[in-house]
Ligand binder design. Sequence first.
Ligand code: MN
Length: 292
Amino acid sequence: MKTKNIEIVVAPREPHYVGDGFRVHNFIPSGYRLDMERMDPFILMDYNSPFYFPPTDRPRGVSVHPHRGFETVTIAYQGKVAHHDSSGNSGVIGVGDVQWMTAASGILHKEYHEEQFSKEGGYFQMVQLWVNLPAKYKMSAPKYQGITNSQINKYLLEDGKGVVEVIAGNYENVTGAASTFSPVNMFNARLEEGGKAGFNFPATYNTALLVVAGEIKVNGTQTVAENHFVLFENEGEHFSVEASKKAIVLILSGEPLNEPIAAQGPFVMNTREEIAQAIRDYNLGKFGYLEE
Ligand code: MN
């Protein structure tokens, strides 16, 4: 097996706000080397690095908005988010939990800090990903997977210095908690200082990682700091991650869909005509109803 090397390390960009509750660094799509196609099927990644939100009686967040054509995946590292959508699904995701929402043919949803967390204030840290859907599933029925940390299977590393939580896909014969529409691997590696994990993915899969906490060494040589993103080359299959400081690392690897992407705002389809249709359907109220 050939080593998979780093293509680029991306430092967190200046944060911006999504609504008033998510202070995020945008990693995908960003710049010419990380457009939606480059990390296909991961077409968007926003990262709320650790940030203190003071107490408030009015929860911060994002009000009702639509999505069509893909899935939103929210991973909570600190803080709590409450979610409601027009399919009638709702839930709270807390530390270590994952929410996997399939917008598919269309939903309206809203995402707010959970009420008690808002009242108390505290540190907030989340990743939100958009995972693209294959063309044949873009107009399928919406779906919701609220995955608590206890439902996520964990692989204990041989050296006892950490675990790999398998959110989706497969790691060392441990199967992911989430069902997906195309081959997607999504893991949280939680490593003690000195803990080391190896990863193998087909060379053609688009592969990246985010250092959510701590500091790591990739392939025994390159140090990557907290809040930095690593894009791997599409050559070689194997890479290793070693925690030079106690670390949490989000690992992403997926088979590219290799289908045309037409994206506008909250809609991601294959053609401009499908985007125009999405806007028409939204304006006609075909995405259902959700109270503000
Ligand atoms: Mn949304």
